[in-house]
Design a protein around this ligand. Structure first.
Ligand code: SAM
Length: 233
């Protein structure tokens, strides 16, 4: 069984090793949006989309096929080491040997667009815990600490940018603190919003489930120019 991380959305950002694993696979499974990315690289494999409801059943079936010697690939969005633990644990529970093929994370693309080095960044995801208060408390702590840029994955749909910003204002983070939100990185309709925490809290616009918030250290917004997406997307 192999887990292929497919990158942040643009199929051209799938690694060569990932492409090879998909070409050689007998069965490819994954959430539908993830399979859409890898479609161009699949040759003879059977493709089985899964949903949150039937993922256990689909993975069980893939594990059974792998036990019979078939080459099975589970696809994962972005990189497999970034906020993808649940899926990896589901796979590891079923098979002893899993090959992991990493990919490019949306977090790396956000760093590139914002002109930030990963070593200066702290990463927080609101996806991982059932009780998000703990993650929000951690976010407040590091914003007050103000030593590293923070990259935050909001949680569709209950902890999205405007709600997170109002929560931070309530917790005493200054209203003028800059925030950048990247939506749909590397995909059609990629967008960047930039403003203060206060302006973010007042936003009524709906953000995509593919959104990343960046809180740069200090009072300046993140850079534009160098990290801008190429004109052809
Ligand atoms: C469960 S996490 C998985 C992250 C993934 N493993 C990665 O490395 O990008 C999903 C979250 O990642 C962020 N994300 C993934 N792809 C994105 C993209 N193309 N643009 C903006 N945010 C993205 C969003 O915050 C989304 O809700």
């Amino acid at each position: 069984m192999t887990v292929v991380a497919v990158g942040p959305g643009d199929p051209r950002l799938l690694t060569l090793r990932g492409q090879q694993a998909l070409r050689e696979a007998d069965l490819v499974v994954g959430f539908k949006t993830v399979l859409d990315v890898v479609q161009p690289w699949i040759e003879g494999a059977a493709v089985r989309p899964m949903s949150y409801r039937d993922q256990e059943e689909v993975l069980e079936d893939a594990a059974a096929q792998a036990a019979l010697g078939r080459r099975c690939v589970v696809c994962c969005w972005g990189d497999l080491n970034v906020s993808a633990r649940e899926l990896l644990e589901r796979v590891r529970r079923r098979v002893d040997q899993v090959e992991l093929i990493p990919g490019i994370s949306s977090v790396q693309i956000a760093c590139a667009r914002a002109g930030l080095s990963l070593e200066d960044v702290l990463f927080i995801t609101l996806h991982q815990r059932k009780e998000p208060a703990e993650d929000l408390a951690e976010l407040v702590h590091y914003l007050k600490d103000n030593r590293r840029h923070i990259i935050l994955l909001p949680r569709p749909w209950d902890l999205m940018p405007a709600g997170i910003a109002s929560n931070l204002l309530d917790q005493g983070i200054p209203a003028e603190r800059p925030v950048t939100i990247f939506q749909r990185l590397t995909l059609d309709g990629e967008e960047r919003w930039q403003g203060s925490l206060e302006a973010c809290a007042a936003l009524s616009q709906e953000f995509s489930d593919l959104s990343i918030m960046v809180f740069p250290v200090g009072t300046s917004p993140v850079g534009s120019g160098a990290g801008a997406p190429p004109e052809n997307g």
